[in-house]
Design a protein around this ligand. Sequence first.
Ligand code: AMP
Ligand code: GLY
Length: 424
Amino acid sequence: MNILVVGSGGREHAIVASAVNSPKVDRIYCAPGNAGIGRIASCVPIPVMEFEQLAEFAKEHVDFTIIGPDDPLAGGIVDVFEAHGLRVFGPRKNAAILEGSKAFAKDLMKKYQIPTAAYETFDDPKAALSYLETAKMPVVLKADGLALGKGVLICDTLAQAQDGVKTIMEDKKFGSAGSRMVVEEFMTGREVSVLSFVDGKTIRIMSSAQDHKRAEDGDQGLNTGGMGTFSPSPFYTEEIDAYCREHIYQATVDAMAAEGRPFTGIIFFGLMLTEDGPKVLEYNARFGDPEAQVVLPRMKNDMIEVMEACVDGRLDTIGLQFEDNAAVCVVLASNGYPSSYGKGYPITGFEAFDGKEDYACFHAGTALKEGKIVTNGGRVLGVTAKGKNLKEARKKAYEATEWVKFDNKYMRHDIGKAIDDAQL
Ligand code: AMP
Ligand code: GLY
């Protein structure tokens, strides 16, 4: 069959790379894709928010579509495809709200007793300010809607929190996402990302991962979309897994169904492992980026078969299997990301990855210019390596970061540092 992947980042490159391995797949299209995706799929220049154009293309050329990013999902792309009678993998608009509104997600967790940080929701900045007068610091402020992984402010003092209310609700720094705001209790602990496939009723958990969200070494600097990942997380023990299965995963799927919003697609659980047990930091309604770049390369199943089972409501017949190894992904960014950075720098050295099974160079922000691959975004590449354990994978990934060269190349040097704290 022919498939279409919607999106253009490292996540979509990882999805396309997995689809290439599926014996079911003849031809892969990606809209709009990027320079790296273009080496293994046919890129189609349709933007991700052009739902009708994408559906028309899909009608003519493909049997199955996979939606990568959050924006089209929250905007209802799946509903449009279904209205055209198309087979599509991802949540409908009424379920993608799990990521699209933090207030919705928090209210759902409260109603169904899914462990998460205590919170209050505000539509009015004055009410938020008067609540903050007596709130315990630090406190976390979150713009309600999608804000590209930003929109979350951790405030140590009342003055910072007051400033934060202004930034989110009055100056609308994160756009209309800030018309409503969640104020949350600050939690401490290790973060773990757990991705899952869901068919509306059944959930299947993938191997765990950990992201590094801050721009600079030592978890300093601004929040980014993610600077690197490793999988599995050594802190995600069997005991924690059992707890989450009992109190979080199936409970979330059941809650969505009970609300008349059955969820089909990927649920990404952002968890904090606190002293009081695991709690949900956030839900995403899609693969994480760069989590997908360490989790998918370790999955033994035919990804397309699993996704079709989700769409057909028979995920209960599938068992997920992962390789007994580890993977590390280091993001190569353009210096200045996530604030301001240059674009258009030529990139060389990709051929070093050719034919090396344990390595992948996923393109996040690249383009073709006059036949040459150039940088075209803040996050440029995701260099992934697999190894027999996390330490080996990390060593190999950092070696491979030297294979590619471009001006203004920037990376964190401590991706996977937490591995050293674990008893391996
Ligand atoms: P989110 O987009 O909700 O995942 O938030 C982005 C990042 O902010 C998370 O990955 C955490 O590092 C941090 N964060 C969010 N909520 C909290 C919280 N309640 N307590 C502590 N840190 C948080
Ligand atoms: N890496 C975090 C995310 O995709 O939101």
